[in-house]
Design a protein around this ligand. Structure first.
Ligand code: SD4
Length: 317
């Protein structure tokens, strides 16, 4: 029996849809719609904004924002064109979370251009939060996603160059990595978040980073706000950064202060700082903040249809 048929006959789809169907009527209007993303992602936030203006929903906005780098062959950290692992496989991690606390994620997924939409399907159409590897691919295919080769000639060439030296050190280049993390506030004032990546270039086969981890790369709580992460995922995972930031904001910290405290948690606990982590936070008033370990982290905002790229403050000057 196909998994989809199983879910339908077992009643999972029906019950999941009822439980998870977002109703925007009961959220208090706190702010103007806004969409914010890690790195220089103007096309992503703009496209997410446009989608959000059509449907009103933050969840649609953050998903549509992620589609842009996922489909862009020149973005070497996300989806199509992503740099492969050390064995030449482009493996994808993504997650999404809505204002009701529903969440979906995929890890170690190969051959699907839009992992963010598979993550959303996991959230909306299964009783689970996360599907991985072959199981995630099977679910995606059952849902109608098409399998394709995501390793572009340029990324293959870069990998072949890398193989000549094959030094395995998980360097996250400070300027040139573009995992997309997004936070949005929709027309009813509700918050949602998403993240999509092909992970660290030349990682070990099977390595999964923070990007599909709810509470790691993304966390939202509609009473407080949301946070998302980029950079060396191992440190985001070990400190559960996005969850931590939302909890700091719950205690009254501004988004800026909360990002700073979460970065300091990493800096203090793991004494060395030769890697990058960047955090972005948005509270329900529409205030945002960002902070990173190294210089060079920036983020993009679209609000009132106007898009801006802003340089983040950082711990290392
Ligand atoms: C990871 N956090 O897989 C991701 C990498 C990243 O921009 O953010 N790259 O660890």
């Amino acid at each position: 029996m196909k998994r989809r048929t199983f879910l339908q006959t077992s009643g999972f789809i029906g019950s999941a849809t009822i439980l998870k169907s977002p109703s925007l009527d009961n959220t208090s209007l706190a702010t103007e719609p806004i969409i914010i993303a890690t790195w220089k992602n103007e096309k992503g936030t703009k496209s997410g904004w446009d989608k959000m203006m059509q449907t009103g929903r933050a969840l649609d906005g953050v998903e549509a924002g992620a589609w842009v780098p996922e489909a862009d062959p020149n973005e070497t950290s996300v989806g199509y064109g992503g740099l492969p692992d050390r064995d030449g496989h482009v493996t994808l991690d993504a997650c999404i979370m809505d204002h009701l606390g529903n969440a979906g994620a995929v890890t170690f997924l190969e051959g699907i251009m839009h992992p963010i939409s598979v993550a959303r399907a996991v959230m909306e159409k299964t009783p689970h939060v996360m599907l991985s590897g072959a199981g995630a691919l099977k679910f995606a295919l059952d849902q109608g996603f098409k399998k394709q080769n995501l390793l572009t000639p340029a990324s293959k060439k870069a990998w072949e160059e890398w193989k000549k030296e094959s030094k395995y050190k998980p360097i996250v280049n400070i300027e040139n990595h573009d995992t997309i993390g997004l936070l949005g506030i929709g027309k009813a004032g509700e918050i949602a978040g998403a993240c999509s990546t092909s992970g660290l270039a030349y990682k070990m086969h099977g390595r999964v980073g923070d990007s599909p981890i709810i509470g790691g790369a993304v966390f939202c709580d509609d009473e407080v706000g949301g946070a998302c992460a980029t950079g060396l995922g191992e440190f985001v995972m070990k400190t559960l950064g996005s969850f931590l930031i939302v909890e700091f904001m719950r205690q009254g910290m501004s988004p800026q202060k909360a990002c700073e405290e979460a970065i300091m948690r990493i800096v203090k606990r793991y004494k060395y700082q030769d890697f990058q982590v960047g955090y972005l936070a948005l509270n329900k008033k529409g205030e945002y903040g960002a902070y990173s370990i190294q210089k060079g982290f920036n983020f993009t905002i679209t609000k009132n249809g106007i898009t801006q790229v802003i340089e983040s403050a950082s711990y290392m000057s």
